[in-house]
Design a protein around this ligand. Sequence first.
Ligand code: GTP
Ligand code: MG
Length: 762
Amino acid sequence: MATFIKQHQASREKLVALAGNPNTGKTTLFNALTGFRCRVGNYPGVTVETHTGQIRNQHGATHLTLLDLPGTYSLAAHSADEAIVLDALLGDLSDKRVPDVIVIVVDATNPRANLFLVSQILELKRPTVIALNMVDLAEKSRIHVDVDKLSVMLGCPVVPVVATKQIGLETLCRAIDESEKAPSVTVDLDWPSSLLQAVEALSVGVSQAVNGKDRYSLNTEFLQTLLCDGGYHERRWSDRCGEDFRSLLDTQRSVITQQGEPLAAIEGRVRYAWIDRVIDEAVSRGQRGQSISAKADRMLTHRVMGLAILMLLMGACFQSIYAWSTPIMDAVDYAIAAVGEMVAWWLPAGPLQSLMVDGAIAGVGAVLVFLPQIIILFLFLAVMEDCGYMARAAFLLDRWMGFIGLGGKSFIPLLSSFACTVPGILATRTISDRRARIITMLIAPLMSCSARLPVYMLFIGAFVPDTQLLGGVIGVQALVLLGMYMVGTVVAIAMALLLKRTILTGDPQPFLMEMPPYRWPKVRTVFHRAYEQAREFCVSAGTIIFAVTIVIWALGYYPHAQSIATAHDAQRQAVTVELEDAMSQLAQSSDVTGSDKANRLDELNQQMKVQLSRIDQDQAGEYLRQSILGRMGHWIEPMVAPLGWDWKMGTAVIAAFPAREVMIATMGTIYNLGENEDERSVGLREKLRMSQHPDGKPIYNLPVALSIMVFFALCCQCGGTLAAIKRETQSWRWPVFTFAYMTSLAYIGAWLTYVMASRWLV
Ligand SMILES: Nc1nc2c(ncn2[C@@H]2O[C@H](COP(=O)(O)OP(=O)(O)OP(=O)(O)O)[C@@H](O)[C@H]2O)c(=O)[nH]1
Ligand SMILES: [Mg+2]
């Protein structure tokens, strides 16, 4: 035991980087080792930033610090996520720590494709361990890897693991612990002498340029990668070492290529010769027929059939959102109303009761009603991601993406934006072409994110008829929802075309994406994704939405002038006196008798109730109109009137600019404040249906609902999105541009919708 503790204390806080090709299970392994729940998915490019986690020993002390990295096919980084890998391996991330050990996660089902990166990382001559992952799948595909032979050929420990089942993790940790003691790695690559001479010259040049002052050493072996394909790293070293370095690099490159073979070809030839030797020695494959995967691919990526299947899947998603969620949603709605009523009964009438019932419960409750839809949408997306369909959809749409100036690589960021734009914008890091990356970021907020879903659901549920088409296969409501998603997509296409022809011109890059294997979606991954999203939704409802709701409540409640109460009390008094008089006269009258008299008395009683309720309603409405919010709303009204909206809607939309979820909460609060107590228990949907202008005309109808939804589909009401665009482009120009163009489009779109729908649909 003593030795065990000593050994672990000696290796305390060792920094271990997990590198490897995309989709090899790095994050799954990271989660398994650290207990974290970082996002995994069955397509390349899920991780685009680093995650750090600790592995503790049995005494609770930190044993290893693990760094999960994005996937990369080569160290010649061309995209932002690949640059992160290089920075991490060379100790150039913000903490400036060079990893003590590099664990390369290799996919055992496809070792040949993974060994290219392995050969480059081994050239860094760092303590390295290979985690040969997915051996379960390799066995099923009859791929046998001789671990001992592979270890000898690579000159470093190779540990077979199954990250999803946590198999082999202990051996892996032991290998990491012992890796520093292992002899330094040598990779036996057969570089031509001209290249080795160039590397030598470059090495001397770099040492002179940095003059011993730079604390980052540039490994001589890494210069081979740099010479062949510098990418991001070349720019970084040119900045660091100055122009002399660049001209030295150019001279050496031209010396090598004088013999006629391009550098990329030399690198490929040399590395693959080595890879083939390794594979011949250490990997054997059994005979297999055409895989189910290949058969499925022929269908799913077929030009016509593939697109039809994609459309069908999308349709099924929207239909299920309606079909499954409505009963749950009604139950949540009912429960929230019941809680509101209970609290109202429990607290004495006054500001505190109103704050709790009209502010907190009505506001946050109005948003929480939409939790079931959010969960269904995410379950659907998670299944598509984890079974491997997502990458096929990207391939399928590549041709169309090319048409609008983007590559298939833009598809995944855009698709992720349907869930939430912020990770969608981060996912653009995998796009190496800067122009295409910026276009993708600028149009990503047009994809209908899940925060818009509640708005669509509210207005579709209230104003679109629940008619079923094709014998109940699909409903008009689901079609309108699909239509809202299409509005954003169609406008995004037009916008991308416009940007491509004007400020961001250039040719699309070829589409290179490895197709992940089809797998049964893992229940744990799928449910975890939905759970995470549901949690985030509830947290935002409980924090930002709650806070805004309180502010809106306060603005809508105060000044709560006593004069309004006095005036309405007088009206109540007058009505009561008048009708009670009439009742007592009737009671004493001898002209009317028997059941007639009882009926007339009943009528008068009823009349009194109605009139008193109307006075209550007037009073609540008057309080709201005279409140700070009401006055602000009246300034806004002329601005939103052309869109068919009233001041309450205008106020809710403006309150929703920092985060669009706030809109529903604001509406919930405003409508509860404007109602008398009996009507509080009615859901927001009903309140919108019932609300009327003073002349008795309904405030909301189908054209108004469509105009609101189109506004939400096109507007950029999300501070998080704008901040993400700023961070990723390192400039204020693009977020400002995004906000300006989307807000203008939203206004024009909503106006056109209102005008056209009023003409044709009413
Ligand atoms: N059967 C099996 N599946 C695995 C194993 N390890 C990972 N997976 C699956 O492989 C897919 C990719 O896993 P990730 O952990 O996201 O891969 P990654 O290397 O982090 O991917 P990027 O971040 O995109 O580079 C997921 O669907 C995992 O569930 C394994 O050992 N066996
Ligand atoms: Mg990952």
